[in-house]
Design a binder for this molecule. Structure first.
Ligand code: GTP
Ligand code: MG
Ligand code: ZN
Length: 363
């Protein structure tokens, strides 16, 4: 009985939210394939040759743990050790999509340099995270935020957070409403995002609806798929290119939630010049590099109205002469987006930056 309890505790300890903390652990799936290769790698990089400063990257990171990474060198996928000095630099931990310099030493491949990132998607690494910023995808053009019509039920909470992370990191967002074969979502929900200039595609990995449109949008670009567990992110990669054979799993019958099948982010190269990073489903997304005061600027319709508020430091909650609340009453700002603004603001003010936060005001 006691043993059972322990096992249970251990399993529940692996939270998807803690990607970084459990990376080594969650990576065992991929490791099985490469265990033999890994055994041949040296424990540390004894060589003290200085790290190169100006270099031309020769590889792209597919997936990584703290100490090693799968890197695409030309057409070859290679397991490389990461030079310990790069880890010591803190802010330069690897992310899938990173462009790196790999050098060879006595047959061993070593990651010796990380090129500056063109774009990034980040989140806070958590209270004990070092470095405090966790980059989970690098050098990408498109963030595909995936939600599902049902199983799991459609939830919008994460969407606005991903849209903000995209703006912060210089990435263009695209919204994918998957499992369209199971029904529809309210058209206002989709229109709300289309009105913000976001490309919204309804897809189904079962009927194939929208897959061609998605393929066109992704072609020639580097993208990353993100969203709750079970919405069909990995299935979408398979729909785009069946040769990928990405692992997927049914959602739980009882809770209609996903089973957190994908355990670590990984870059896939698919036919038609598609480069896509698949990521594990998450329950929540903390925002990196956004202060409560500047949050309104990431909601374009709120920022526009806010320019006319009576007080410069108006936070649009209860100040007199607030044009945001006026725009809300007039319907120019939707209640859903305003509620989302309030919730995210409350969470940015909370200690862990994650607690969705109850609406801080009574209306
Ligand atoms: N009906 C229907 N089912 C789908 C669709 N797309 C995916 N599924 C199913 O949804 C379940 C979850 O799919 P996954 O691709 O594993 O979901 P995921 O988002 O990668 O989940 P995590 O890896 O846990 O984050 C699988 O049983 C899929 O077959 C779809 O368009 N329609
Ligand atoms: Mg998956
Ligand atoms: Zn205001």
């Amino acid at each position: 009985m006691k043993k059972k309890k322990l096992e249970k505790k251990k399993r529940s300890d692996v939270r998807v939210r803690d990607w970084e903390k459990h990376h080594e652990f969650s990576f065992t799936h991929d490791l099985v394939k490469h265990r033999r290769a890994l055994a041949k790698l040296p424990e540390t990089t004894a060589d003290e040759k200085p790290l190169p400063v100006n270099f031309t990257p020769n590889g792209i990171v597919i997936a990584h743990s703290k100490k090693w990474a799968f890197v695409l060198l030309g057409d070859e996928e290679r397991l490389c050790l990461i030079d310990e000095r790069l880890q010591a630099k803190g802010s330069t931990l690897l992310a899938p999509g990173d462009e790196v310099l790999v050098e060879f030493e006595e047959g061993d491949a070593l990651v010796r340099g990380i090129a500056p990132r063109r774009t990034r998607l980040s989140r806070p690494a958590g209270p004990h995270g070092n470095p405090p910023e966790k980059v989970f995808a690098a050098n990408i053009d498109l963030l595909i935020v995936v939600a599902s019509v049902a199983q799991p039920r459609f939830r919008e909470g994460l969407l606005d957070r991903f849209l903000i992370a995209a703006v912060v990191g210089g990435v263009q967002p695209l919204l994918c409403i998957n499992k369209a074969d199971l029904g529809d979502i309210p058209s206002e929900s989709m229109q709300r995002y289309r009105d913000l200039g976001i490309h919204v595609i309804q897809t189904s990995c079962v009927s194939g609806e929208g897959i061609q449109e998605l393929r066109r949008a992704l072609s020639g670009k580097r993208s990353v798929v993100c969203g709750h567990s079970g919405v069909g992110k990995s299935s979408m990669l398979n729909a785009l290119d069946p040769n990928l054979e990405v692992l997927t799993n049914e959602v739980s019958d009882a809770t209609e939630k996903g089973r957190h099948t994908t355990s670590a982010a990984r870059l896939y190269r698919a036919s038609g010049d598609l480069w896509i990073i698949d990521t594990p489903g998450i329950r929540a997304l903390g925002l990196w590099g956004v202060s409560p005061e500047e949050l309104a600027f990431y909601f374009p319709e709120i920022a526009e109205a806010a320019a006319a508020c009576r007080f410069n430091d108006c936070i649009h909650i209860h100040e007199p002469g607030c044009m945001v609340r006026e725009a809300l009453e007039a319907g120019r700002i939707t209640q859903a987006r305003f509620d989302s603004y309030l919730r995210i603001r409350a969470s940015l003010e909370s200690a862990d930056n994650l607690t969705p936060g109850r609406l801080g005001i009574r209306r």
